[in-house]
Design a protein around this ligand. Sequence first.
Ligand SMILES: Cc1cc2nc3c(=O)[nH]c(=O)nc-3n(C[C@H](O)[C@H](O)[C@H](O)COP(=O)(O)O)c2cc1C
Length: 340
Amino acid sequence: MTIIESNKNDNNIETSARFSVAPMMDWTDRHCRYFHRQFTKKSLLYTEMIAAAALVQGKAYHLLDYSREEHPVALQLGGSDPIQLAEAASIGESYGYDEINLNVGCPSDRVQSGSFGAVLMKNPRLVGACCEAMKKNTSIDVTVKCRIGIDDQDPEEILPEFLNHISNSGVRRVIIHARKAILKGLSPKENRDVPPLDYEIVFKMKEKFPNLHISLNGGVTSIDTARELIGRGIDGVMIGRSAYQQPTQILSNVDKDVFGEKSNRSAFDVAELMRAYLKQHCDKGGKPHQVTRHMIGLFHGLPGAKIWRQYLSNGSGDINIDFYEEALVAVTDSNNKSAA
Ligand SMILES: Cc1cc2nc3c(=O)[nH]c(=O)nc-3n(C[C@H](O)[C@H](O)[C@H](O)COP(=O)(O)O)c2cc1C
């Protein structure tokens, strides 16, 4: 299999950005990222969105905790006040995050009422000011994750203007979720499926802005497709739901197929590696479910998937990890039987 060469000269984080796992609220917390990291050493991982105000006003620094093993890891911020974002970005940098990403794609009512997320697509000047302020206050990469437009905006018209503003502010990397967000009438969930995907406009933007590192996001459900898109000239691909729901299918071959590394890890390898993390988490007073809830899909599409799901779901109230050990034994049995 040919390995795809990056489309740009790159520093390390840019190399990693060739493949990333999307920021997902309530999903990509530190335990989920640690789990994903066991499959892939190279990919870039994103936090859930954290409101800048929660850090600056609420001083909720615990939201920033993570394990060293998660690097390279990007902190996604939500906000629209340049001063507050600059301070939040600097706090993020002091915690050792590798990148600060601004959310310009979330359509939820809560986020809209705070005048940030996707609604900022209407105000590229303000987004530029936010990015500039964050860049001035940090020495790490500042990036933006946006949509192709919102409501009745014409992406052909507004997207170049938007990208112009952010690249003038010094941003060198952007992730485009290749569909519009409809702010009234669609739920956040519907906004990930109903507005049609438009990959072509993302490729057009790459042609117009050859110096901008552009990652495409939305609806990619296989590494083959990711490779195809990179092969067509986009700099990176970001996958969200499929990586979460089918981590083995999506993540176990990324290092090999996208980054040209030798290693790849099976679902069993990762289940074994997670045992020590899980034990350590519980020894510190954590609940096993906080970790294992992200691992339900580990054996998706493989023998023993159902039994694994059942053990992990049934063990969600447990305080020790016996159910995890039992789940591993049951899945091993099931694999042995199907191989016999
Ligand atoms: C449960 C969930 C939570 C999400 N939370 C965020 C978020 O915090 N920030 C963000 O930029 N996008 C968020 N998204 C959107 C994803 O990052 C991604 O753009 C979207 O799911 C499309 O990619 P996909 O088709 O590969 O899933 C979320 C998506 C899901 C499914």
